[in-house]
Design a protein around this ligand. Sequence first.
Ligand code: HEM
Length: 249
Amino acid sequence: MCTFFTYLHSYLIPRSLILLFLLITPFVVLSFYLGLLGLSEGLINVSELNRLTWRSTNDSLSLHMITGSVLTSIAPLQFLRSRFQKARVLHRVLGYIVVSLAFLTCIGGIIYIVIHGTRGGLWMNMGFGIYGAFLVLSAFFVVYYARKENLRLHEEWGLRFILLSLGSWFYRVCYGVLIFIDPTCPGHTIDFRGPFDFFMNFAFYLLPLLFLEIYLRVYKMSDTQYRLWIFTLNFFLFIGTYGFYKVLI
Ligand code: HEM
């Protein structure tokens, strides 16, 4: 038997981080590129978020794509733990950078929701709004417990923060799984108001958080059980990534 954190640092992180980076990179590049294009040409020429709207609303969402893509790519690095002092300094510096990026990303997203509203309407506004609030809350507590030198709680909140930072990518992965299973996408409508869309408005961050809470509080697993879980998770992520990029390419 091993504890969750022992397993996390000795097995899961070093091996899975490389795979994770391979999986998130196309989304990160796409989001960054869309953001830059949105800033220079206006979102109207760039994405399906194609409405006549105020320039400031467009720019806030474009900026949020840029800060969000950098956040998604560097937040998982905070998983890494090292005994070397230089790495600790790097962890601290990167920590403040990712927390600031999280705040900026949320501000951009919330401005868009409040002024313009999402294409999915009220439920999507609520789902994404709560997501933004959770991300800000977790960023706040990561820093709070780090400064209080409560490392156990800092690490727990750090895990929540990293999962939430990956939320936007995970949202696309879940749609990718649906596309992989059935390319007609049952439950999804073009205006994101189908039953699957409704579920996804909240599930893309609540489900990962729920699993994390179960891991942290309830389960003590054997190495084999952990490996089985991780294999299943990687399989899900791989299928979802494949399904999502099949649509784009
Ligand atoms: C964590 C990193 C994040 C990344 C990389 C990211 C990236 C993106 C991208 C690429 C889009 C799609 C634009 C399009 O369809 O052309 C988008 C849409 C959106 N994001 Fe984010 N995002 C992130 C976090 C957030 C957060 C925390 C919020 C909430 C405050 C948020 C709110 C929104 C909203 C409201 C939309 C428009 C939804 C719609 O009407 O379809 N995002 N984001």
